[in-house]
Design a protein around this ligand. Structure first.
Ligand SMILES: Nc1nc2c(ncn2[C@@H]2O[C@H](COP(=O)(O)OP(=O)(O)OP(=O)(O)O)[C@@H](O)[C@H]2O)c(=O)[nH]1
Ligand SMILES: [Mg+2]
Length: 301
C-alpha cells in the first residue's frame, strides 16, 4: 500500500462521516454545518479551531456566493490546506554536520522516526550519525544502535545513566572528525520529573551550541497522533522551553485524529516536517498540506 493510501486509511473515518452531506444539490443549511462541526471534533481538530474553521467557511461561502455543499467543500479544503502551510525552515546541509535534536514525551516514536529519517538521508547519499542522548530508559541505547546498524549510520553512545549532554558533546566531536553530513540526537521522553526533562534538554542545546554556534539546526518535536489534543499541550510546553523548528506526527496509520495537525500548526506557527504511517523504515513521508487535507477530507463521492 502506498503512503498516501495508508494515510487515507488512518484518516478515512473522518471522510466517511461527512461523505453523506456533500453533494451538488446539498444546501448550506445549519444541518450541514452541524454535521461538519461534529466531524471536525471527532477528528480532534479541537473546539476553538473547529469554530474558527466554520466561521470562516460561512463568511467565505457568503462572499463567493456559494450555495451548494460541494462548492463549500472545495473552499473548506483550500482553507485547511492554507492553515497547514507554514514557511519551511532553511535548506539542509550548508553547515556540516547538520544537527537535528529530536524531542518528545515517552513512547511517541522519537527513536523510530530517527531510524526512518536516517534511512532517508542514507538513500540521499548522506553520511549519517546517530547520538544516543537518551541515557535514562533501559534499552534506549541498544534500540538506537540497532537503527544505526540497519541504516548504515555511525553511532555514538556512552553507558546507560551517563550525562545526556556529554553524549551530545561527544557526538558533535565525532561528527566533526568524521565529516558527518547529518547528526541526529535521540533524547529521553521521560525523566524523574517533567522539569528535569526540560532542563536536561535545554542543557543539551546549550552544550551543542557552545560546541558549534549554528547547531542544533533543527529541534524536532515528535507527537503521537493518537493522543489528539494532548499533543497540543505537550507541544506548547516543549516550544516554550526549547524553541521548536519543526514537528513530526507519528502513528497516523492508526487513528482518525489527524485534525490535531491543524491546531498544532495554527497555535505554534511551526511547520510539520514529517508524518509517520507505520513502524518500518520506509513508513515516513514528507508532510504536504494538500495531500494531508485530501487524505482527511478528499474523495467524498
Ligand atoms: N503504527 C505506528 N507505530 C509507530 C510509528 N512510529 C513509532 N511507532 C511505534 O511506537 C512505539 C514507540 O516508538 P519509539 O520510537 O520507541 O518511541 P520513543 O519516543 O523513542 O519512546 P521513548 O524512548 O520511550 O521515549 C514503537 O513500538 C514504534 O514501533 C508510526 O508512525 N506508526
Ligand atoms: Mg526512544
Amino acid at each position: 500500500m502506498n503512503l498516501l493510501a495508508r494515510l487515507k486509511q488512518g484518516l478515512g473515518r473522518t471522510r466517511t462521516q461527512i461523505a453523506g452531506i456533500v453533494s451538488e444539490k446539498g444546501s448550506l443549511d445549519e444541518a450541514f454545518f452541524d454535521v461538519l462541526e461534529e466531524a471536525l471534533l471527532a477528528a480532534d481538530v479541537g473546539l476553538e479551531q473547529a469554530e474558527s474553521i466554520l466561521d470562516r467557511l460561512r463568511d467565505d461561502s457568503a462572499e463567493a456566493r456559494v450555495d451548494s455543499t460541494r462548492d463549500a467543500w472545495a473552499i473548506l479544503k483550500h482553507t485547511l490546506t492554507r492553515d497547514l502551510t507554514v514557511a519551511k525552515p532553511v535548506d539542509e546541509f550548508p553547515p556540516k554536520p547538520w544537527v537535528i535534536l529530536v524531542v518528545g514525551v515517552n513512547g511517541v516514536g522519537k527513536t523510530t522516526t530517527i531510524g526512518k529519517m536516517a534511512q532517508e538521508f542514507h538513500e540521499r547519499g548522506k553520511r549519517v550519525m546517530l547520538g544516543a542522548a537518551d541515557t535514562f530508559r533501559a534499552g534506549a541505547i541498544e534500540q538506537l544502535g540497532i537503527w544505526a546498524e540497519r541504516t548504515g549510520s555511525d553511532f555514538v553512545a556512552q553507558q546507560a545513566g551517563a550525562d545526556a549532554a556529554s553524549v551530545a558533546f561527544d557526538a558533535m566531536e565525532a561528527a566533526r572528525g568524521r565529516g558527518t553530513d547529518v547528526l541526529m540526537l535521540d533524547t529521553a521522553g521521560r525523566l524523574h520529573t517533567k522539569a528535569n526533562l526540560m532542563s536536561e534538554l535545554q542543557k543539551i542545546v546549550r552544550v551543542v551550541r557552545r560546541h558549534t554556534p549554528h547547531a542544533p539546526n533543527e529541534i524536532l518535536l515528535v507527537v503521537d497522533a493518537t493522543t489528539g489534543q494532548n499533543a497540543l499541550k505537550q507541544a506548547e510546553v516543549f516550544h516554550q522551553s526549547l524553541g521548536l523548528t519543526g514537528l513530526v506526527i507519528t502513528k497516523l496509520d492508526g487513528t482518525a485524529k489527524g485534525g490535531m495537525a491543524l491546531a498544532l500548526t495554527r497555535n505554534l506557527g511551526v511547520p510539520i516536517r514529517k508524518v509517520g504511517v507505520g513502524e518500518g523504515e520506509n513508513d515516513l513521508q514528507d508532510f504536504d498540506p494538500a495531500t494531508y487535507v485530501e487524505a482527511m477530507f478528499g474523495d467524498l463521492e
